[in-house]
Design a protein around this ligand. Structure first.
Ligand SMILES: [Zn+2]
Length: 316
């Protein structure tokens, strides 16, 4: 567990604010950047807690847990953020902590809240690491995601679609300087391009959105595949994990048990609807309701999840 003195919030200080010509009563109006911070959750591992919200003009899509890991020689960005503005904020924070080169930027999967910060790191000329299926997924959806995000947060805040420059089909590893990071490319689960990481320096598992905590999971790959890939992660026997959404560190077993329970309710409920010739609309109205109290943004995501699950399971 991190010690108390390893917690290093990087909010705008009073001195910085005043030097910038801002009186303290103006601080709330700084909005986006002033309300964000990173925490050193383990030696050399810095994470930012994403807000449990959907993308908005206020949060600039800073809704995922993102951060960076510092080795003896270089820095790896675990996920770049939800927009160019979010990525620029993260890059600035990295430069406040270390001048080591940012050699690797991970794109954990196709979703905008994890991938659109990448443009902020182009000047560092890092290796952009992604799943072997990520180029195809970004080609299919990148422009669509970009337009949707621009409509919400403004064209100048979005940034470009950045493609991975190094893809992983199964397993791979990098060394940040006496700090090994291993990667595993998963089968279709949360999406079709999920990449998980293990930081061997801290012993932390970073499964990105293969692990949702408190926030309603979003199904965009395969329901049965996701349950299978959770077993793959479980078999790694790593006790602490950094979920893509939720608290910055959790017990993997406890957190994944909640996720498995939700996905199982979804799977069994949708299978029963299909067996009884229930319509998708009937399934949307009924399946998963016992989980309603357990997840933030449930109303926004469960209906979509039921629809995705129905389309997948009716072909079983
Ligand atoms: Zn996602």
């Amino acid at each position: 567990m991190p010690r108390e003195d390893q917690t290093l919030p990087l909010r705008l200080s009073r001195r910085q604010a005043l030097a910038g010509g801002l009186c303290l009563c103006c601080l709330p109006s700084l909005g986006f950047a002033a309300s964000l911070e990173v925490t050193e959750i383990a030696p050399g591992v810095f994470m930012r807690h994403g807000r449990d919200e959907d993308a908005s003009a206020t949060n600039l899509d800073a809704i995922a847990n993102i951060g960076f890991i510092v080795g003896n020689d270089s820095v790896m960005v675990t996920d770049s953020g939800g927009s160019l503005a979010d990525g620029r904020w993260l890059r600035k924070v990295i430069r406040q902590k270390t001048q080591k080169p940012i050699k690797y930027v991970v794109l954990s999967h196709v979703h905008p809240d994890h991938a659109f910060g990448a443009g902020a790191f182009l000047e560092d000329k890092p290796t952009f690491i992604g799943h072997a299926q990520l180029p195809e997924a970004l080609s299919d959806r990148g422009a669509y995601y970009r337009k949707g995000l621009a409509d919400i947060i403004g064209e100048s805040n979005v940034g470009p679609v950045v493609m991975p420059t190094h893809t992983i089909a199964k397993n791979d590893k990098i060394d940040l300087g006496n700090r090994l990071i291993t990667f595993h490319a998963h089968g279709p689960a949360h999406t079709t391009s999920d990449l998980s990481m293990v930081d061997h320096g801290s012993g932390l598992l970073l499964p990105a959105d293969l692990l949702f905590v408190h926030r309603c999971p979003a199904l965009d790959g395969s329901l049965t595949g996701w349950l299978k890939e959770i077993d793959v992660l479980k078999a790694m026997k790593i006790p602490k994990a950094v979920p893509g959404h939720g608290p910055m560190t959790v017990s993997f077993d406890a957190a994944s048990a909640d996720l498995v329970r939700y996905l199982t309710v979804l799977r069994d409920g949708v299978r029963a609807e299909i067996k009884n010739n229930g319509s998708i609309q009937h399934a949307i109205n009924t399946v998963g309701q016992s989980e309603k109290q357990n997840w933030k943004l449930f109303e926004d995501y469960n209906a979509r999840n039921v629809t995705e699950a129905y389309k997948e399971l009716e072909w079983e």
